[in-house]
Design a protein around this ligand. Structure first.
Ligand code: DHB
Length: 373
């Protein structure tokens, strides 16, 4: 049997797949369902200082062809959540604790001061021994009027510095992870990685990536945006995101200090998706859209599929293939006929003799007509 266990920022996980902070992570019952599945950890919905109801409905929709394995989703929920007191309160800590899985608290303060205050509350609650780590969300794109912190590098550096300055949180010893936005260009990876590497001894891991923010999905029938908040602009999740997530995992893995783990999230629907993200450098993967559509059974299915792929390749542990993505190598592939859709250069000219033969054939009736007149 393939061993799916891993570690994230020093926290031991029995399985390298768990939930993303997002749908089905806001209530104790959701979190218990995750903990009762094969998921290796339980992550809360991003908490704000005070509970809030979020943006107007409809604010979360499936996008694409439909079916269980879905192309994706668009969301602009606006951080509906029960407030930090709930996520570090006895009801949640006891319920998740009973599942035996490590519990990670996600924070997404509306201000830096809110994040700092919440860290104090998490540190106090961690004395119970029932909190394993904190994931600080720097990438929620859905709060009207608030830019995405991880896309504004000055702000990101400031927030990270202030959060790490919290003495009570430091004393708690809890590992800190940062949830990042997707990046699309070399200099942006460089700048994000430089900010994180400056604090390599305190930042245990990064989670990449949040949704592709501020996208627009149009409903042709109604000629309107698919969701209501923020003029219809929302974060794209699910299958559409996988190539972006793979790139973000690989690009950050190659830039970050080796002590900083990378957790991959974006477009994981199958064990093969999880396998690919781990190959690109992820130490574990999270699922959001697929968890929302399929429920916590998705963790059991994807874990079984990942184990089957590992077995078929002769891998017995995550370490056997983590970060071992190879560059394209012609020697790995049999020579294929050129793809009909790929540009293969200008069409080849017909050989000269063929052209003469064709011309002779075309002229034959005229020649015969003259000869027989
Ligand atoms: C929400 C969306 C996010 O992408 C996120 O990181 C946090 C919250 C939301 O709209 O609720």
């Amino acid at each position: 049997m393939a061993d799916l266990s891993t570690t994230v920022g020093g926290v031991k996980l029995s399985c390298a797949i768990y939930n993303a902070s997002g749908p089905k992570s806001g209530h104790a019952s959701d979190l218990v369902n995750v903990g009762a599945s094969r998921a290796g950890a339980v992550l809360s919905k991003s908490a704000t200082l005070k509970k809030q109801t979020g943006n107007p409905f409809p604010r979360l929709k499936k996008v694409g062809l439909g079916g269980v394995l879905c192309d994706g989703s668009i969301n602009s929920e606006g951080l509906p959540n029960s407030g930090i007191e709930y996520y570090v309160g006895a009801e949640v800590l006891d319920a998740v604790g009973a599942t035996g899985k490590p519990y990670i608290v996600s924070l997404s303060g509306l201000t830096v001061a809110d994040n700092v205050e919440m860290l104090g509350q998490v540190a106090a609650a961690a004395q119970s021994g029932k909190i394993a780590a904190v994931e600080l969300n720097l990438a929620c794109p859905n709060i009207p009027g608030k830019p995405t912190v991880a896309l504004d590098f000055e702000q990101m550096a400031d927030v990270v510095g202030q959060v790490l300055g919290h003495k009570g949180f430091e004393a708690s010893g809890l590992p800190l992870g940062l949830k990042l936005a997707p990046y699309f260009d070399g200099p942006h990876y460089d700048r994000a990685a430089a900010i994180i590497n400056r604090h390599a001894e305190r930042i245990a891991y990064v989670v990449t990536m949040n949704t592709i923010g501020n996208c627009l999905v149009v409903d042709t029938a109604t000629e309107s945006a698919l969701i209501s908040p923020k003029g219809g602009f929302g974060g794209i999740g699910g299958g559409f995101c996988k190539p972006v997530a793979l790139a973000n995992v690989a690009q950050l893995r190659s830039r970050l200090h080796p002590s900083i783990d990378v957790v991959g999230v974006g477009g994981v629907r199958t064990g093969e998706d999880a396998f690919q993200l781990i190959l690109a450098g992820a130490t574990a993967v999270q699922m959001a859209t697929q968890h929302w559509l399929e429920g916590a059974g998705a963790f059991d299915r994807v874990a079984a599929e990942l184990a089957a792929i590992m077995a078929s390749k002769g891998y017995s542990s995550i370490a056997d293939f983590k970060g071992k993505l190879k560059p394209y190598d012609r020697a790995n592939k049999p020579l294929e006929p050129p793809d009909a859709l790929s540009p293969t250069g200008p069409p080849k000219a017909a050989p000269g003799w063929a052209l003469y033969a064709l011309a002779a054939l075309a002229l034959l009736p005229a020649v015969l007509a003259v000869a027989l007149r």
